[in-house]
Write a protein that binds this ligand. Structure first.
Ligand SMILES: Cc1cc2nc3c(=O)[nH]c(=O)nc-3n(C[C@H](O)[C@H](O)[C@H](O)COP(=O)(O)OP(=O)(O)OC[C@H]3O[C@@H](n4cnc5c(N)ncnc54)[C@H](O)[C@@H]3O)c2cc1C
Length: 778
């Protein structure tokens, strides 16, 4: 079966979901062609069907069973009957792994699958998880796909707690990608097979109510936005009408030949004052600030442009189109899930609105220990104020969501410090869907603010579906630095045509994961490029509040994050952590929650609508790296330091205490092999014993599900090229006219949600770029 319709859909009963939204955000079209051998694929299919198996309903006829409001026993039975392979998940997992992991890592995964396709190999891999699956019956050795489900589950569970970290990571990869594909999938009817059973509405109410007329409203970026892929062969004339197009630039052509870039009929050459690569937090500020000063700016964005009326909030299609690597990216060994935005507006389009100024202790550290005076200057205060004004940061919340009430009430009961978070939206913004794009436009993302300012000057062009591949730089006669930036080459998504942009200033704002990749691919040599990657590693605990207990509502309703509490384990001035809530729609929920068996996975999902989360987000002292391998593929590595592991586990224990105090009936963590703790009626000593077990299990990238939504510091600013990648003005040490404007320039992790800090720094860097560009004025 291909990407199947699955067991859960009764075609006679179901009406196709009709929504008015961008076509890309309605279609779930993940990669599904792969190069696995039939034996490897059969093994993978069996692994996927172990993670999400077909099961009998969890109740017998006439037996009482706790169902979510509005859910019928029939809905649950259909969901239990569905398995991963009937839904076409194995094809998607195979093809996605080929996209997600580097060839060398994939090779290891394929070797494991090849072993699983044999009886002796399966027995060997069971031993890795300290599991015995041999029987005295013939055949003694059975390949994984021939094992009974009970034994298949034993093998995977064994891996999840194996003494060999490689197998724990392998388990995490299969479990996460399998769950992600099964639960975020949208079939041809616009539904997912689990939704009715778990009481999940699939889309935000605003999307369901949107009319065709709403959808057809003008988009804020108007015709200053051009989708390079959609424009096709007409791109050159569209851009010529805007006055950017020039004749072929000879020096670019000759360098391109050396780089192996083919010459194509529809290649386009543009000229402007500044090219900004990436349209997220940093890139948006840059574009607005430079265009405001009268400079011609071209913004390149590899993602598409979606305005508020385009958002479908459908999980699967949105992950595929608005997130880096389909929302399923991870560090090289699979240890940390890396979540980052990829559309016009970057991370700000899918982020959770929390808008916090850089804490004073962090500013002091950056000024005093890193020698960056800017951070203790009035200029930085003014930049932060300008940012907060433009993105409408305000501290009020009219109504908190269930998850935030639970965090607040639990903290109150325990006497823990807690507070309300400022956000870049109005106080009545009550939306838990914004992680899949704000359907009302109330969230003041970059695409709603800075980029609108940029295009309103008449000086900016936003070119989407365009991936920058190379920064041209060369001789700099008379200049202080050995080399000078000349512009960029970008591929129009889908290829082969390219856009070449000649500019006096080049600003790289691709985010802390991709900025080093572009600079390294462009031949830059400073070893600090890609070093010091901070991730604000995070892990989540949950509490289950059955219908009728705890506050009303669903975890995906209401502001995603409106309350916080500091991790008590560290002093306020130390590198510590914050407890914040987080939203997990079904795909993300299954990907990141613990897994004990297929039945365990399905039961957890049945409780999805009444499961509340608290995430500990850590200000990491440790750091990772971004490199490129010989094949020029990004390689992102990160191992949590002992100090950060201690903060994480302390934050998890604190979260669990808060959830228990708030009345959770069951609590649990996202540790590998984690238990589900029955908190209802548990004695204080039972609870302490459980928390001790959580502490002992630990919280590292190989023992827990660790997520990063904040990537920072990989091209940090500093006062010397021996310790940093960019100078205090944000200019790359090696190349004049090449600036970094995103989270990569932060000297260390700020320890708070970073959007306002990134924008404030970009605001200051933009002032330097204006000075630089003024030199070119005649
Ligand atoms: C789910 C989620 C929730 C979050 N919630 C919050 C929050 O509530 N508050 C907060 O402060 N922060 C939050 N963040 C973090 C915040 O959004 C990011 O830290 C911030 O957006 C990063 O800004 P940036 O400029 O570094 O990169 P980004 O905003 O990620 O922008 C980079 C852009 O560059 C593009 N790009 C990359 N490579 C290329 C290339 N080669 N060519 C062309 N384009 C390219 C990308 O597609 C992307 O659009 C959240 C992040 C996520 C993922």
């Amino acid at each position: 079966m291909g990407i199947g319709n699955g067991a859960g859909i009764d075609e006679k009963k179901i009406a196709k979901l009709v929504l008015h939204a961008h076509p890309s955000l309605l279609r779930w079209a993940p990669p599904c062609k792969h190069n696995f051998t039939p034996a490897q694929f059969e093994a993978l299919k069996a692994v996927c069907d172990t993670i999400v198996p077909s099961l009998p309903p969890p109740f017998k006829d006439g037996e009482a069973f706790e169902l979510m409001r509005g859910v019928t026993a029939e809905d649950v039975a259909r969901f239990y009957e569905a398995n991963a392979s009937d839904e076409g998940v194995a094809e998607v997992v195979a093809a996605s792994l080929e996209v997600l992991v580097r060839p060398v890592v994939l090779k290891t995964m394929l070797q494991v699958l090849s072993l699983l396709s044999t009886g002796w190999g399966t027995a060997l891999l069971a031993v890795v998880g300290r599991v015995n699956i041999l029987t005295f019956k013939y055949p003694v050795f059975r390949k994984f796909s021939r094992l009974p489900l009970r034994d298949q589950e034993k093998v995977l569970r064994g891996w999840s707690t194996s003494p060999l970290p490689q197998f724990r990571l392998l388990f995490k990869a299969f479990k996460s990608v399998g769950g992600w594909a099964f639960y975020s999938k949208v079939n041809e009817y616009g539904y997912n097979v689990s939704w009715k059973a778990i009481g999940y509405p699939g889309v935000a109410p605003e999307v369901r109510n949107r009319t065709e007329a709403d959808y057809k409203q003008p988009r804020p970026l108007g015709d200053a936005h051009v989708d390079a892929k959609e424009a096709g062969a007409g791109l050159k004339s569209i851009l010529a009408s805007k006055g950017f197009v020039v004749e072929e630039v000879e020096s670019f052509r000759s360098q391109s030949e050396k780089l192996g870039f083919s010459k194509n009929d529809n290649d386009v050459y543009l000229q402007c004052d500044a090219v900004v690569v990436g349209s997220g937090s940093g890139g948006g500020v840059m574009a607005a600030a430079l265009a405001k000063q009268g400079f011609k700016v071209v913004v390149l964005e590899k993602g598409q442009y979606f305005a508020a009326q385009d958002m479908s909030t459908l999980e699967g299609p949105t992950l595929l189109n608005m997130f880096e690597k389909m929302g399923a990216m991870a560090t090289d060994d699979g240890g940390v899930a890396l979540i980052a935005g990829k559309s016009v507006g970057g991370g700000t389009t899918i982020n959770w609105s929390v808008s916090l100024k850089t804490p004073q202790n962090v500013r002091d550290e950056w000024a005093n220990e890193h020698g960056l005076d800017m951070f203790n200057s009035e200029r930085y205060d003014k930049a932060t104020q300008a940012v907060c004004d433009r993105i409408s940061v305000q501290p009020n919340v009219d109504k908190h969501s269930i998850q935030n009430i639970i965090l607040r009430e639990g903290c109150k009961k325990l006497g823990y410090h807690h507070g309300t978070l400022s956000r870049n939206c109005a106080s009545d913004h009550y939306c838990g869907w914004c992680t899949y794009g704000c359907p009302t436009g109330k969230k003041q993302s970059t695409a709603q603010t800075w980029l609108v300012d940029a295009v309103n000057t008449g000086n900016a062009l936003i070119l989407s579906n365009c991936t920058a591949d190379y920064v041209f730089h060369g001789a700099n006669p008379g200049g202080v630095k050995g080399s000078k930036a000349q512009g960029v080459a970008a591929t129009i998504v889908g290829g082969p045509n390219r856009v070449y942009i000649k500019a006096n200033a080049t600003v790289v704002s691709c985010g802390a994961l991709m900025t080093p990749v572009l600079l390294l691919k462009s031949g830059l040599k400073n070893p600090n490029i890609g070093k010091y990657l901070r991730l604000h590693p995070a892990s989540t605990c949950y509490g289950y509040f059955p219908e009728g207990t705890g506050p009303e509502g669903r975890p995906y309703e209401g502001g995603i994050m409106t309350e916080y509490a500091p991790v008590n384990f560290r002093k306020p001035t130390e590198y510590g952590g914050l407890l914040e809530t987080g939203v997990f729609h079904p795909g993300a929920f299954s990907a990141f929650h613990a897994w004990g068996s297929g039945a365990d996975n399905k039961e957890r999902l049945l409780r999805h609508g009444r499961t509340s989360h608290i995430t500990v987000v850590v200000r990491d002292k440790g750091f990772g790296t971004v490199e490129i391998d010989k094949g020029r593929n990004p390689k992102i590595s990160y191992k949590m330091s002992k100090y950060d592991q201690e903060t994480t586990v302390a934050g998890m224990v604190q979260s669990l205490r808060v959830l228990v105090a708030a009345g959770a009936v069951e609590v649990g963590s996202q540790q590998l092999g984690a238990e589900r703790f029955n908190a209802k009626g548990a004695s204080p000593s039972d609870i302490e014993a459980y928390l001790n077990r959580v502490e002992r299990r630990g919280a590292s990238e190989t023992t827990a599900q660790i997520i990063s939504a904040h990537q920072l510091g990989s091209c940090r600013m500093g006062t010397s090229p021996s310790t940093s990648a960019a100078d205090p003005r944000g200019e790359i040490w090696e190349v004049e006219g090449l600036f970094v404007g995103d989270g990569s320039v932060l000297p260390t992790a700020p320890g708070v949600n970073p959007m306002v800090t990134i924008q404030s720094v970009a605001f200051c860097t933009a002032e330097h770029i204006v000075q630089y560009l003024n030199k070119f004025k005649i």
